[in-house]
Design a protein around this ligand. Sequence first.
Ligand SMILES: *Cc1c(COP(=O)(O)O)cnc(C)c1O
Length: 342
Amino acid sequence: MVTMEKANIDWVNLGFGYYKTDKRFVSNYKDGKWDEGILTTDENVVMNESAGVLQYAQTCFEGMKAYTTADGSVVVFRPDLNAKRMYDTAQRLEMPPYPEDKFVEAVCEVVKANLKFVPPYGTGASLYLRPYMFGSSPVLGVKPANEYQFRIFASPVGPYFKGKPITIKVSDFDRAAPRGTGHVKAGLNYAMSLHAIVTAHNEGYAENLYPDALTRTKVEETGGANFFFVTKDNKIITPKSSTILPSITRRSLMYVAKEYLGLETEEREVYLSELGDFAECGLCGTAAVISPVGKIVDHGKEICFPSGMEKMGTISKKLYDTLTGIQMGRIDAPEGWIKKIV
Ligand SMILES: *Cc1c(COP(=O)(O)O)cnc(C)c1O
């Protein structure tokens, strides 16, 4: 049980946005090695005008959350998987990977240094953690930078998804090329998704469903969340593709479906042509955990899921309640899923 003074924030009405907190972690890579890293109060980054990140977008990130649990502890959900994924991303971008154990330690330090910003239990809010890394030394020819900075900041966020099931469209843009960078959390993937999401929003859709770029017949994911589908006989299906970002939430939900709810699960190719056969559809990611999808519009053809536009489908709700129950300490977690900070 931690008793401490909390920041004066209207937790329940928090949105999902940047909120400056007290301390962030900074480590620099120079002369072939990472330094020890420190916590700092300075939220600004100053770097050379020709830094690798500014010229050629050499940057990547992670996202995870710290929560106050039912018994008043503060925990982080599976940070080791974020550490591993950022390691893989860095390698793909020719950046020096940040050691996985140091990553987890730094995450814990940042949460500890910002405990007053960890939302109280029961508010639905959480402390979002944003680890990221970028090339900080000057480059002009296209090549990897020599120096890098790894940082982690924290920002309290409200529940990302508050309302009803969403309507999304099959995008005319591609997110990830075969053999490209769709499977890693590279900043460049999100820069080039902005035009697609602004276009979708202007047309009245909440999100884009990106089909596979090669054949445009299969479901991949949205700009920031993986898909899952529930069949009419309650089987959980998630698309399989080498260009999908491996969501930790999706992997956790699939485990929960099988081991906690006794549901059959399968990761396989999902065709746009079979969307009408499913009973429920959801998006999954750290920000929202699950956002129910009520309708998918594929160039004028409307696919309406039987779960409807009013509430989350029955199975999606069970998945949501079980995973958030595990995260909030109401349900026993699988070994190693919960990293206790205090
Ligand atoms: C971050 C991200 C996700 C969700 O991953 P989580 O680990 O569950 O937060 C899904 N798709 C894309 C493209 C992402 O960037």
